[in-house]
Design a protein around this ligand. Structure first.
Ligand code: ZN
Length: 207
């Protein structure tokens, strides 16, 4: 799934907590919502270094989130609630990746059996392909489904950021496949000395 879909999933999680507990920091402060969005994005910061393995922890993020939620319930402050939502959104992201496509350059071909790595199990979890690949039309539909309740509940800058995330997602969906073609052509045109400097994973996939 797209990074924006994951971020919006985090936001909707925070919005839900804010709706259930309107007196809590999630209902009164923007910090927990921002933390949830960042937590939803965070695992994909490993895009260029061991993607879906280095910063993806489906089991450990979930365990950490349970502890952080307990702390937030025992001592509810904007900071503890924000920390709990950050970890819960990162856990949700890591788990959701198993429902998407594989790790290959053209995930719509469905050839990879690697969706996300579980350090706890010491192996890759296979892709379920409910969302066939990141940037698929159904990925956008999911992002919009997360964005709508968030737009309803939020206003001001937070709402604008949500709308912007949907716009970025829609653009990404439009260019998703041609982006790969253009990159392939670029790499094919590069001199070998430059290609040597690219991460091996990309070159293997692209050449
Ligand atoms: Zn991911």
């Amino acid at each position: 799934m797209m990074a924006t879909t994951h971020a919006l999933a985090g936001v909707v999680l925070a919005v839900l907590v804010g709706a259930l507990f309107p007196e809590s920091a999630a209902g009164t402060s923007v910090l927990p919502i921002a933390a949830a969005a960042l937590g939803g994005l965070f695992p994909d910061f490993d895009l260029y270094a061991g993607h879906r393995r280095t910063l993806h922890f489906p089991v450990y993020f979930s365990a950490a989130a349970v502890v952080a939620v307990a702390v937030a319930v025992a001592a509810p402050t904007a900071l503890t609630v924000a920390a709990a939502l950050f970890l819960a959104a990162a856990a949700l992201h890591s788990a959701m990746d198993a429902l998407g496509g594989g790790l290959e350059l053209k995930p719509w071909l469905g050839t990879s059996e690697r969706a996300v790595y579980s350090h706890y199990h010491g192996q890759w979890i296979r892709p379920r392909r409910w969302i066939r690949y990141d940037g698929a039309p159904e990925d956008l539909a999911l992002a919009v489904a997360f964005a709508l309740p968030a737009m309803y509940a939020l206003d001001g800058v937070a709402e604008t950021v949500v709308v912007a995330a949907v716009a970025v997602s829609a653009f990404y969906v439009l260019v998703r496949k041609s982006m790969v073609t253009v990159t392939e052509e670029l790499v094919a045109a590069l001199p070998d000395s430059l290609v040597d400097r690219l991460p091996a994973r990309f070159v293997e996939d692209l050449r």
